[in-house]
Design a protein around this ligand. Structure first.
Ligand SMILES: Nc1nc2c(ncn2[C@@H]2O[C@H](COP(=O)(O)OP(=O)(O)OP(=O)(O)O)[C@@H](O)[C@H]2O)c(=O)[nH]1
Ligand SMILES: [Mg+2]
Length: 331
C-alpha cells in the first residue's frame, strides 16, 4: 500500500469497510478510485479497485435481472461494549423493542416480515453503550441467508418470543431449529468444552414479549416448563413498558464484561467514558486497551474499588472489578 495516499482516500476506505449494502460499497469504491492519485506507484491499487468495482457491478446487475437479491450480504460493525442480536419469529416485537431501548427508528408493523435488513441501535445501560441489532424474522419457511452469520458474529442474543400468539412454542422451535441447521446454537450458558469447532454457541436470554396480551401468562408457564432449563426467561411488554429496565441490565450482563474508569496521576477520574473488558481481565489488559505501548511501559497501578484500600498500589496482573478506578503508572 503506497504510504502517500490523501486522507480523503482513507476516509472513503473506512466508509467502504463500514458499508452494509452492496450499493453503498460500490459508491465508496468509486469514490476511492476517484481519490486515488494515478501514478506508477498506485498501479496495482488502481487495477485492484477496478476489478472490485466491476465484480460488484456484476453482482448488482445479476440481482436486478433475476428480481432477487443475489449476493446481498450485510455486516454490522461492532460498536459500544458489545453487540447483541435481536432474534425471533415474525411479528414478535423485535423492532418495537429496538425502538423502545435505543434512538433507532425501525419500521414496526402489525404484520409479519416487516424487517428486511439489519438495523443497529445503541442502548445505554447506566453509562455503558451496548449495541443492539434488529434482524429479519426466522421461521420454518423463511431465513435470510446472511442472518446466521450476523448472529454468529455477535457477542450475545435476545431471543424475542410473541406471548400473544397461540403458536409461540412452534415459532420458537422453528427459530432454534433453523439456526441449529447452520451450526448456530443459542444457549443460556456457554459450554465449558466444545467438541465440534464448527458449532458456534451464542449466549442468549429469552425475552417473553407481549405479556399484556390475553393468555400470555398461561403460555409463559408452558414455555418455562419447556425452555426454562435452557435459557433464562425475562417476561416483558414493550407496549406497556414493563420489564424494560431489567432487560437493559440483563442485556449488559450477557456480554460478560466489566467497566472501569481511568485516571491520570494527579488528575481527577475520567468518568466520561468507562472502558469495558472481559470479566477476569487484569490491570495489564486495561493498559493495553488504553494505549498500545502501555503493555511494555506499565510499571504498576493504583486502584480505588473492590477488595483494595483506596489508592492501593497493585501489580500488573491484579484482577479488575466492576466500577474500579485505575491510575496507570508507566515508565
Ligand atoms: N400487545 C402487544 N403488542 C406488541 C408488543 N410489542 C410489539 N407489539 C406489536 O406487535 C407487532 C409487531 O411488532 P414488530 O416490532 O414489527 O415485530 P418484529 O418482531 O420486528 O416483526 P418482523 O420484522 O416481521 O420480524 C406490532 O403491531 C407491534 O405494535 C407488546 O408488548 N404488546
Ligand atoms: Mg421487525
Amino acid at each position: 500500500m503506497p504510504a502517500n495516499l490523501p486522507p480523503q482516500y482513507h476516509k472513503a476506505e473506512d466508509e467502504f469497510r463500514g458499508a452494509s449494502t452492496p450499493g453503498e460499497r460500490l459508491e465508496k469504491l468509486r469514490e476511492m478510485y476517484r481519490l486515488l492519485p494515478k501514478h506508477k506507484g498506485t498501479e496495482k491499487l488502481q487495477s485492484d479497485l477496478k476489478q472490485k468495482i466491476s465484480r460488484l457491478k456484476d453482482e448488482l446487475e445479476a440481482a436486478k435481472g433475476s428480481g432477487k437479491k443475489v449476493g446481498v450480504s450485510y455486516r454490522v460493525p461492532h460498536e459500544g461494549a458489545g453487540q447483541v442480536s435481536l432474534v425471533g419469529s415474525p411479528n414478535a416485537g423485535k423492532s418495537a423493542l429496538l425502538a423502545s431501548l435505543t434512538h433507532a427508528h425501525p419500521e414496526v408493523a402489525a404484520y409479519p416480515f416487516t424487517t428486511r435488513a439489519p438495523q443497529p441501535g445503541i442502548m445505554m445501560w447506566q453509562d455503558v453503550p451496548v449495541q443492539l441489532v434488529d434482524l429479519p424474522p426466522i421461521s420454518l419457511e423463511f431465513l435470510e441467508p446472511w442472518v446466521p452469520s450476523i448472529i454468529r458474529s455477535t457477542d450475545a442474543a435476545l431471543l424475542v418470543a410473541d406471548m400473544g400468539s397461540d403458536d409461540v412454542a412452534e415459532a420458537i422451535e422453528a427459530v432454534l431449529e433453523r439456526l441449529a441447521a447452520t451450526h448456530t446454537e443459542l444457549v443460556g450458558t456457554l459450554p465449558f468444552d466444545v467438541d465440534d469447532e464448527a458449532i458456534r454457541h451464542v449466549k442468549t436470554l429469552m425475552v417473553a414479549n407481549k405479556m399484556d396480551a390475553d393468555g400470555a401468562s398461561e403460555r409463559l408457564e408452558v414455555i418455562r416448563d419447556w425452555l426454562g432449563p435452557r435459557f433464562p426467561i425475562l417476561p416483558i411488554s414493550v407496549q406497556e413498558r414493563q420489564g424494560l429496565e431489567t432487560l437493559r441490565e440483563a442485556a449488559y450482563h450477557l456480554l460478560g464484561v466489566l467497566r472501569v474508569y481511568t485516571k491520570v496521576p494527579g488528575k481527577p477520574v475520567d468518568r466520561s467514558r468507562p472502558f469495558t473488558l472481559p470479566i477476569g481481565s487484569s490491570v495489564l489488559d486495561l493498559a493495553r486497551d488504553v494505549h498500545r505501548e502501555f503493555k511494555d511501559t506499565l510499571k504498576f497501578a493504583r486502584i480505588w474499588g473492590q477488595g483494595v484500600f483506596d489508592g492501593q498500589t497493585v501489580k500488573r496482573d491484579h484482577e479488575l472489578h466492576d466500577s474500579d478506578v485505575v491510575e496507570l503508572h508507566v515508565s
